[in-house]
Design a protein around this ligand. Structure first.
Ligand SMILES: [Zn+2]
Length: 106
């Protein structure tokens, strides 16, 4: 029934800056640094930090931290490159830490 509401968005937990659309979320079963995280195909109102190689359970990836454009909070990271063939689908996509974003109705 809540589906009748307008497009749902997720915003920064600190400053309410909209950073991600609910419809862009591909999976909610990812692991962040501190718990659950979402994989999203798009992000908005964020800036990306320096690229670095990071080892995950699923192999080596080149990632860049993503920051809220307004308050600079680190919200997650962007997958710039995946080295394992099976992980290529993550390239160009974004991880949002679940405890860094809040859902709201626009
Ligand atoms: Zn913010």
């Amino acid at each position: 029934m809540a589906e009748l509401a307008g497009p749902r968005v997720y915003s920064c937990c600190h400053c309410q800056n909209n950073v991600c659309l609910h419809d862009d979320i591909i999976s909610k079963a990812f692991q962040g640094r501190n718990g659950r995280a979402f994989l999203s195909s798009h992000a908005m109102n964020i800036t990306t930090g320096a690229k670095e190689d990071r080892q995950f359970m699923t192999g080596l990836h080149t990632v860049a931290d993503i920051h809220c454009r307004d308050c600079r909070e680190v919200l997650g990271w962007k997958y710039e490159r995946a080295y394992e063939e099976s992980q290529k689908y993550k390239e160009g996509k974004f991880i949002f830490e679940k405890d860094k974003i809040v859902q709201k109705n626009r």
